[in-house]
Design a protein around this ligand. Structure first.
Ligand code: NAD
Length: 469
């Protein structure tokens, strides 16, 4: 029997969008998605849909991003499968009413509690760089929370988008979950509808469009945006360790990782050793160069290839390593550039590609000042140094998340909440936070009839109450 193939990308007809959302909305109102058993069944079906289509997902990520299958398994396929296993194991506990803390003794008679209620019908818009994880990840949270959900994967990863559509169509309840494929016209048509929450992952420019549109109907949003993330290597850091870890952070997914360091500030004394170690690590990771390596991906498409290449063309910095490009393959070598100052476009803008600009600094204070000037609220922060130094950097530079003495390792813990701050995003997810982000925490109390005698004092005329002054 021939193995299944990936259907060529096809956008959803715009006319079909509203009727589908109406169906999802009435399914939500039918109450069926709120039941624990229903949620668990749908999550398990999604698990099997992914498992049965692992080969297609790996092939899709290879076609879309040249993603090595090892990376697809650890950060896409197995990631989501493990997320589902974790979520199904915890869901009953998460759904339970919570007893609020700090309730005055007398009010405890009202049995106050927090009910966990699904928000309703929600929209998840994914990005292309981890096309499966960033789409199915929030969707797992939406299903777990008891919502109905439309998923709009990124059209920039068209093969992954079609495989995800196949999985959702074939395995999940079509009256509750659907995939709408398409680009700006389809996303705009989706944004014209009323949602109970919009969960968006992508760049800040589109994030702003989404937030504005959502504000028109007071729709809550979670925004997982980009970051111009600094790494700081002090003179006390171990140069080999810092070099290997940061080079890995830039080579994974060919640098198309929102939490990858966008630039590295290195104290002057350690700079020569750090660069030497980067060159050594490059040879160790990619003995025949990145272009020949099966372990290095490609830039997602020609538009992004030219965007990243322009940064290389425009820089007046010194290319220390890499620098070659091949448009026919959308390949950009893992490239290290010693930049002259922080106004280089590779630092000012998010490269979201395999470029690693290095800025030499004279002190940790200068690095902190520069980090805060470049972008006061990056998504990630990576200080390398001794404890006193890394504590100081952590204290004085804010970020959505941080890893000390490593590249973005905090982002590889699937159950640790993940999100930005300021203009790198709002709202967090992963693990229990994925359930929380689609859940309304509803405060409920119950006033027993026998309390009427005690409550007498609250009724007018107030002149007769004992509390009147
Ligand atoms: P993007 O903003 O170009 O696209 C993301 C989504 O928005 C896609 O589904 C796309 O169809 C939709 N879209 C594009 N233009 C639109 C418009 N005019 N109106 C409505 N919708 C529109 O982002 P991208 O290029 O896929 O991803 C790259 C960016 O995403 C980077 O900045 C990266 O840092 C960020 N990112 C953030 C995270 C995170 O978790 N914080 C994760 C991955 C990527």
């Amino acid at each position: 029997m021939a193995s299944p193939t990936i259907t060529p990308f096809q956008a959803t007809a715009i006319d079909a969008i509203k009727p589908v959302i109406d169906t999802l909305t009435s399914t939500f109102k039918s109450q069926k998605t709120k039941k624990l058993e229903y949620r668990l069944t749908q999550l398990r079906k999604l698990y099997w849909g992914i498992k049965d289509n692992e080969g297609l997902l790996v092939e899709a990520c290879k076609l879309d991003l040249g993603k090595p299958s090892f990376e697809t398994f650890i950060s896409e396929v197995d990631w989501i499968k493990n997320d589902i296993i974790f979520t199904t194991g915890k869901l009953k506990k998460w759904m339970k009413d919570e007893k609020p803390e700090d309730i005055p003794l007398a009010n405890k008679l009202l049995s106050p509690r927090i009910r966990k209620e699904p928000l309703g019908t929600v929209l998840v818009i994914g990005a292309y760089n981890f096309p499966v994880q960033l789409s199915f990840g929030p969707m797992v949270g939406a299903i777990a929370a008891g919502c109905t959900c439309v998923l709009k994967p990124s059209e920039a990863a068209p093969n992954a988008a079609m495989v995800m559509k196949k999985i959702v169509d074939e395995y999940l309840d079509p009256k509750a979950y659907t995939v709408v494929n398409g680009a700006v016209p389809e996303t705009s048509a989706l944004l014209d509808q009323k949602w109970d929450k919009i969960f968006y992952t992508g760049g800040a420019q589109v994030g702003t469009i989404i937030a504005k549109k959502a504000a028109e109907t007071l729709t809550p949003v979670a925004l997982e945006l980009g970051g111009r993330n600094p790494a700081i290597v002090t003179n006390k850091a171990d140069p080999r360790l810092a070099a290997r870890r940061l080079l890995w952070g830039k080579s994974h997914n060919a640098g198309q990782v929102c939490i990858s360091q966008n630039y590295v500030m290195v104290e002057r004394d350690v700079y020569p050793l750090f660069v030497a170690e980067l060159k050594t690590a490059y040879k160790e990771f990619f003995p025949r160069g990145t272009k020949e390596s099966p372990d290095f991906g490609t830039v997602v498409n020609n538009r992004h290839f030219h965007r990243i290449k322009k940064m290389l063309d425009d820089t007046n910095g010194e290319i220390l390593l890499g620098g070659t490009t091949d448009e026919s393959l959308n390949h950009i070598d893992l490239t290290i550039v010693k930049v002259k100052n922080a106004s280089d476009s590779m630092i000012v803008d998010e490269s979201f590609g395999p470029l690693m600009p290095i800025l030499v600094v004279d002190s940790i204070e200068e690095a902190i000042r520069t980090a805060n000037n470049v972008h006061s609220t990056p998504l990630g922060l990576y200080p390398f140094g001794d404890k006193k130094e890394t504590d100081k950097i952590l204290n004085e530079v804010t970020s959505g998340g941080a890893t000390i003495n490593d590249a973005f390792f905090h982002g590889s813990i699937p159950t640790l909440q993940f999100g930005g701050v300021g203009d790198s995003g709002q709202g967090a997810y992963r693990g229990k936070s994925s359930f929380d982000v689609f859940t309304h925490r509803r405060s409920v109390v119950k006033t027993p009839g026998w309390m009427e005698k005690l409550l007498d004092i609250r009724y007018p005329p107030y002149s007769t109450t004992k509390l009147a002054k």
